[in-house]
Ligand binder design. Structure first.
Ligand SMILES: Cc1cc2nc3c(=O)[nH]c(=O)nc-3n(C[C@H](O)[C@H](O)[C@H](O)COP(=O)(O)OP(=O)(O)OC[C@H]3O[C@@H](n4cnc5c(N)ncnc54)[C@H](O)[C@@H]3O)c2cc1C
Length: 406
């Protein structure tokens, strides 16, 4: 089948690779000249296979008013009609039953993702700084720490005292009294998502089943007798037997043009990349919602969840807060500009991606990976390919079906 892949972020590129390897003829289309140029560029770099808890939860619902009012500042909101609609879905997902369903589904998809990435690396020699660095989650509040150990997570997960956290990660320069404790998961990985996108794109350019159309903004869908048969682009029409919607936070607008609503909201985050590797493990400061990842010769610092629409401009106050947090937390030197960046996470209300058929014939969905798109990309691509090919899916597909929304 000839399949148009809409979007060359990490989700579009992995979809393209898995489908091309399964024998489909893929055409990748993106508005940027280079792949992975939006949310997949300078993200938190954590391959967080065990930490897949949804953003929506009873605990988050309890904390959200305080977070918004306290000036703690991890989350900012500008109300809009789109956000109110999304927020209703978010509130519905804030039940213990929905959280449990999401955890089980995401753990299965994350486990598949890890296995699929390993398979890819067995056959292809690509370099993106992948390391099993282990992940240390630091808790500053006793209440958060008490709820910390995740059900269903890696059996090797260790609960640490503040002193043990400081001994494990010598790069930390916090006082033990600043911490309530930590959870360490040795198996978690880090990798540079932009480098992965660039490497996979290079492989796809050589692939006999793949064609790429970069610097090609996508316009309207062309629907013929109830089926998506082509897309209009800045450089003419592209026809195919099927299409995969993986436009990240741009997916909602394309779905709307196809006649259905996808509740995907762009949740903005920021990052900086500081030269020098300041730490040995990846570290999440749970209370401040900031993640730190050791990359090749650099430290990535990322965080915040701003619900403020599609503006992806870098906000200097966010960058200053990230930098101040990094300087307080680690033995890091202030080296100037530190590559400030902002990206829009494509978030669904229940934090689960939407993978599989859409209400429009000829259009498949692989989008809405939200805070975990790098972690879930390879598993999502495998699940999508199974569903398109009518094979037994490698993990349960129902929790990711669009039927829950449309
Ligand atoms: C600050 C931050 C930290 C993060 N940290 C992590 C982390 O540590 N671990 C993790 O797993 N995930 C993390 N994420 C999430 C992850 O980065 C995203 O989920 C993932 O990158 C989404 O990939 P995507 O391919 O769906 O979207 P994108 O990468 O945004 O790709 C969508 C593509 O579609 C193209 N496009 C959109 N509209 C059009 C159009 N009309 N015409 C043509 N092309 C179009 C865009 O150009 C883009 O290339 C983080 C995100 C942020 C912002």
């Amino acid at each position: 089948m000839k399949i148009g892949i809409l979007g060359a972020g990490v989700v579009g590129l992995t979809s393209a690779w898995w489908l091309a390897e399964a024998g489909h003829q893929v055409v990748i289309v993106d508005r940027h000249a280079t792949p992975g140029a939006e949310a997949s560029r300078a993200n938190g770099a954590q391959l967080s296979y065990n930490f897949v808890a949804p953003f929506a939860s009873p605990a988050m619902l309890r904390k959200l008013p305080g977070m918004l009012l306290s000036g703690e500042d991890a989350v900012r909101v500008s109300p809009s009609l789109d956000l109110v609609r999304w927020g209703i879905g978010f509130l519905r997902a804030c039940t213990n039953a929905e959280v449990a369903r999401t955890l089980v589904a995401q753990l299965a998809l994350a486990t598949l993702s890890r296995a699929e990435l390993e398979l890819l690396l067995r056959s292809q020699d690509i370099e993106f700084g992948l390391r099993t660095a282990g992940k240390l989650v630091l808790y500053r509040s006793a209440g958060d720490f008490a709820e910390a150990r995740l059900p269903g997570a890696d059996a090797e997960q260790q609960v640490l005292t503040p002193a043990e956290c400081l001994a494990l990660e010598p790069g930390l320069r916090l006082a033990a009294r600043a911490l309530a404790g930590g959870v360490y998961t040795p198996s978690e990985q880090v990798g540079d998502c932009a480098a992965f996108c660039a490497a996979l794109f290079a492989l796809l350019k050589q692939h006999r089943n793949a064609d790429v159309r970069m610097a090609t903004p996508i316009g309207n869908p062309v629907v013929t007798r109830g089926r998506l048969t082509a897309i209009e682009t800045a450089h003419g029409k592209i026809e195919a037997d099927g299409f995969v919607l993986s436009l990240g936070s741009g997916s909602k607008a394309f779905a709307r043009a196809c006649g259905f609503d996808l509740p995907i909201y762009p949740v903005k985050g920021h990052s900086i990349t500081i030269p020098g590797r300041a730490l040995s493990h990846s570290v999440t400061d749970y209370s401040r919602k900031i993640v730190y990842a050791p990359l090749e010769g650099a430290t990535r610092v990322a965080g915040f969840a701003d619900f403020k629409g599609y503006d992806n401009a870098i906000e200097p106050t966010r960058i200053a807060t990230l930098k101040a947090a990094a300087l307080q937390t680690f033995a890091i030197e202030d080296t100037g500009s530190n590559a400030p960046w902002a990206g829009l996470r494509p978030m669904t209300p229940d934090s689960r991606p939407v993978i599989g058929a859409s209400p429009l014939a000829g259009l498949f969905l692989n989008t809405g990976q939200g805070m975990l798109g790098w972690t879930l990309a390879c598993g999502s691509a495998r699940l999508l390919t199974d569903l398109i090919d009518g094979r037994e899916p490698a993990c349960p597909p129902e929790p990711f079906s669009a039927a829950r929304y449309v």
